[in-house]
Ligand binder design. Structure first.
Ligand code: CAO
Length: 415
């Protein structure tokens, strides 16, 4: 048994934000029916192609455990089939450009009329306001949601991050909304709309930066290295490089071989509780009780000097040696791991977070499995579907179409 057994999802999503959400729901046990336009399907099937003739990794890594139904929802017969699917399913998830679903004839009002228990979940770039009609991709969301203005170094331009907080982050928000709406439906008997704008999702993930925006009114942000360097703070939360945002200052520090290996770095946190251990470890026992260094407050104007001393020590060790020496002393530190190292990490393979999947057209490839572990709902990652692979199966099983009716739909171009 799986957590979402019995939940049928009409997956109208494409690219990344929506597919992340429905993939997660599929891993939790929902039956996810991905509806794609006949001919090409989700545009990502053919983007960043690495194996000629096979669906790209972009597509396969975001659409595991789903079934694919091709349906031209602008064709009268396709529309009729979609109406029946809406009546037969529990959730419709979409991330079309604003207005596309309405133009297709499937407004929320129409969907609610067809199936009052249906939950309709949408990702858009922006919520109501001046930009609500705009198309949005990952990096635009990162920029409009506050991530870019607070990422990077002070003397450089705003930076987007490798973590897809706009797409995958919003997909996660949407998935939570859907599960909550399913729970509420148990009591109310009614479906509802679930809406996750990407700008809002990114801002939610940048919550601590809005915290700092308000703290600025009360003086400089003392834990930012900008303060230790005596640099002026402007009106908005500045970019903080690799400073840790919390009350326990941390930085990225060089490790042995940093000149040759771009990832020979560690993240090191000067946690208050273990300050004395840090002093002993880096060979600065005189800082243990010295009034200029012994308390976090006293250290704040001296953070550059403190981290230079720690780095002088980390540069004599590999990032893994740093981890191994810090751990027994309860000092929080972590290696900067490359994608290569993560792909090869045995513990991530063992936990099912990095999974090898077989695909008929591309052979075996690696993917990220379900990062959420439920003790009573095991996840088995299966490959993404080929375009229209389950069309006949779904039309017959979910809608009760006969073989002849399916053939007619195919002939008309609706499937
Ligand atoms: N049958 C018939 N038509 C279909 C169909 C189907 N099965 N599936 C999609 N279509 C049609 C849509 O109805 C739409 O038609 P109209 O424009 O004529 O109404 C058309 O295909 C294109 O859909 P779209 O506008 O969503 O796609 P796009 O490539 O132009 O834009 C994107 C892509 C991502 C910018 C846009 O969908 C968007 O802004 N989505 C919301 C935000 C989002 O999720 N962004 C994250 C994407 S990942 O970075």
């Amino acid at each position: 048994m799986k957590a979402l057994d019995g939940v049928k999802i009409l997956d109208f999503t494409h690219v990344q934000s929506g597919p992340t959400c429905t993939q997660l729901l599929a891993w939790l046990g929902a039956d996810v029916i991905k509806i794609e336009r006949p001919g090409g399907g989700d545009a990502t099937r053919n983007q960043l192609v690495d194996v000629e003739g096979a669906d790209s990794l972009y597509f396969t890594m975001l659409n595991h455990n789903k079934r694919s139904l091709t349906l031209n929802t602008k064709h009268a017969d396709g529309k009729a089939a979609l109406e029946k699917l809406v009546a037969a399913c529990d959730v419709l998830v979409e991330n079309f450009a604003p207005g596309a679903l309405d133009r297709m004839g499937f407004s929320w009002e129409r969907i609610h009329e067809l199936n009052p228990r249906m939950i309709m979940a949408s990702v858009k770039g922006f919520g109501p306001g001046p930009y609500e009609d705009c198309k949005v991709y990952e990096n635009i969301a990162q920029c409009a949601g506050g991530a870019a203005s607070t990422t990077g170094f002070r003397d450089g331009p705003p930076l987007v991050t490798g973590a897809q907080v706009g797409d995958s982050g919003t997909g996660l928000h949407l998935a939570l909304g859907i599960v909550a709406a399913l729970l509420q439906r148990e009591k109310s008997g009614r479906g509802q709309r679930v809406f996750a704008p990407m700008q809002d999702g990114v801002l939610n993930l940048c919550r601590v930066k809005l915290r700092d925006q308000q703290r600025l009114a009360h003086g400089p942000l003392r834990e930012y290295s900008q303060f230790a360097s005596g640099e002026h703070f402007g009106e908005a939360t500045p970019r903080a490089g690799n400073d840790s945002g919390g009350g326990q200052p941390g930085r990225v520090l060089k490790c042995k071989n940093w000149e040759k290996d771009p990832n020979a770095y560690t993240y090191f946190i000067t946690q208050e509780a273990v300050w004395k251990n840090i002093c002993d470890l880096i060979g600065k026992p005189e800082w243990r009780d010295h009034p200029d260094y012994a308390t976090p407050k006293a250290r704040l104007p001296r953070l550059n000097e403190v981290f230079e001393a720690i780095e002088a020590w980390t540069m004599t060790k590999t990032k893994f040696e740093v981890m191994n020496l810090c751990n027994p002393l309860n000092i929080p530190a972590g290696p900067i791991l490359s994608m290569k190292e993560l792909a090869e990490e045995p513990s991530l393979r063992a936990s099912g977070t990095v999974v090898e999947v077989e695909h008929p057209k591309r052979g075996s490839y690696l993917t990220v499995g379900c990062p959420i572990k439920l003790s009573d709902s095991a996840v088995e990652v299966t490959r993404a579907p080929l375009l229209g692979e389950h069309s006949e199966e779904i039309l017959r099983e979910v809608l009760g179409y006969s073989k002849k009716e399916v053939a007619k739909l195919v002939e008309s171009g609706a499937v």
